[in-house]
Design a protein around this ligand. Sequence first.
Ligand SMILES: Cc1ncc(COP(=O)(O)O)c(C=O)c1O
Length: 406
Amino acid sequence: MPEPIYMDSHATTPLDPRVLEAMMPYLTTHFGNAASSTHLFGERAKDAVDAARGQVADLIGCLAEEIIFTSGATESDNLAVKGVAYQYRDRGNHVITSAVEHHAVLDSCQALEKSGFDVTYLPVDKYGMVYPQQVKDAITDQTVLISLIYANGEVGTINPVTEVGEITEQYGILFHSDATQGIGKVESDVSKLKVDLMSLTAHKMYGPKGIGALYVRKKDPPIQLYPLLHGGGQENNVRSGTLNVPGIVGFGAACELCKQEMEEEAQRILALRAQLYYGLDKRIELVHLNGHPTQRLPGNLNLSFEFVESQSILSGLKGIALSSGSACNSDSVEPSYVLRAMGVKDELALGALRFGLGRYNTEAEVATVVEYVASQVARLRELSPLYEMAQGGNYEAAIPQNGEKS
Ligand SMILES: Cc1ncc(COP(=O)(O)O)c(C=O)c1O
């Protein structure tokens, strides 16, 4: 293979050169501390942070003062879940979330359980989706927070967040959504989604790593958060620490580009995904689509190949960056907890590959990926006694069936 191909955009995205250009002065000459308001260096930094806060707010349709900068979505999720639960502890001790959240939410909820909270982990359907009625049924008079992922980073499924937001509004319960994978890819306006808090991160949308944000509603009535970091009182006393000015500037630039280009980019990426899916489906038999057929992120394709393990496919394709699960779990040979929660059998979950198409992928790259993945699957199946058994007509004995046949 001549050039390595990156198709793992859910793990991270490359920095857009236009974002780097915006950041450069703040990595070099404009190095001031945004809190040092008595001199020009500090003023310049503060102006840049203010402008970037506006750009981030603009992408998600909120006020600039409703954005709290963090180190990324892990911190935003922790701040939302623990910050709300600790702040509003006198209102109740029950939190609702789903079984397919990112570990930043799941583990924050587990930490809450250790300090006396009750947490309901809602199951998902075979597509990885939670239904509004499930949320309604789980609410008790002790419920203080519902945290539901917007778009799943493994299978791309988009949850009915707006409908859940209507319920939380009706019951007066705070609603957080981890929208890390959706923002910049699909519409993520906070009023339309009806969320009170929302997590985002720059490195999934062609911005730099180590910078993210939490949207926190500031009206009707304003939400208070118990801070996780105490110190200099930055970010309205909610998140102390010297602001990462170059990161924030890059985040702002990345948001502005997404706002301008998102719709057109989604169409282009959808066409690439169709080329990839139909190309693979034509070349390989016994392929299963994981995740929702229509309600999914444009750049996400998650497929299980029967009779082969995704780790074996990937080990023969070092030049193509794909994932066998979420990045945090990719060293593990355990089936993904998301696929398990969706009821995908272990045999199929272990054969799952996640393709993450992004801004810089081309038709030529997709054609190469189809070619290499198809050849690798064919080669591995030739070595599989179970596949041979199935070919000989004893399919039922070779593998238990489930999942969506393509
Ligand atoms: C849904 C979701 N939430 C949170 C995170 C964590 O984001 P960060 O790397 O910015 O901490 C990720 C990253 O994989 C994610 O996909």
